[in-house]
Design a protein around this ligand. Sequence first.
Ligand SMILES: [Zn+2]
Length: 294
Amino acid sequence: MINKKKSIVTMIIMGIVILISSVAYMIFGPPESIKLGEGELSDAEVAIHIIDVGQGDAAFIENGDHDILIDAGPGDSAEKLLEYLDGLGVYEIDYAFFSHPHEDHIGGADDVISHYKVNNVIMPDYYEETACYRRLMQGIDYEGAELVYAAAGDKFTIDDITVEIFSPGPRYKPDNANAISFIMKVSYGEIDAMFTGDAETGNEDFALRNYGDALDCEILKVGHHGSSTSTSEDFLYAVSPEVAVISVGEDNSYGHPHIETLSLLNSYMDNIYRTDRHGDIVFGMTKDKYWIVE
Ligand SMILES: [Zn+2]
């Protein structure tokens, strides 16, 4: 008897809950999700510029008085990079992150450091006996920028932007510079963008094992110029991006982006942008929406 009464009460409560949710759905519509839109740069609180530097990576985040650079492209695109940043009226860069010390990511770094006031340089702790690495280190030393070696678990707060590092692991000893590449999430309000440098599937697996759900992002800068050594299916599903950007040079000798990566991305999403086809790609954002600047 008592059990019967209890189940009737449970059914009534469930009925009320269903009724309330249906009425809320009718009035307010489905729960809002963040969707890629189109808009003007002037409406943005923060803008992410994926700059076309040919075969390499360079991204710039306009963030009021505390701008952020992620990689500086190859040396032969340095002039284009400086022209682009000058065009934005850049004078000072608060944080310059260099994903790993390969020429297509740091070749333009010494020009950036001598041309602008760069306050902080953040890199993985990895030494390369190359001319571009030496020039970067001399530039940091000469201009007096603060050099910080970072690894997974480090977090930077730059005004309302947070940058979280998910790779490389703190005790990781790689045999090549790609395997030490940063995987880093840049967040502003509800909008997250993942920058992966040339991180390989080993770095992605480390990030997956240690950070799982935190990998979820709206925007993915695809790893290693779309090479098949990056972007595992598991990593892509964990990031679950709405838009992917491949930074790659036209007719490059590596065959980037690789067909395997393109077909995986195509099977997952519609919004795929490439610097070799679309040139510079700019996102504007507020804390709850983001859009491609046309
Ligand atoms: Zn690269």
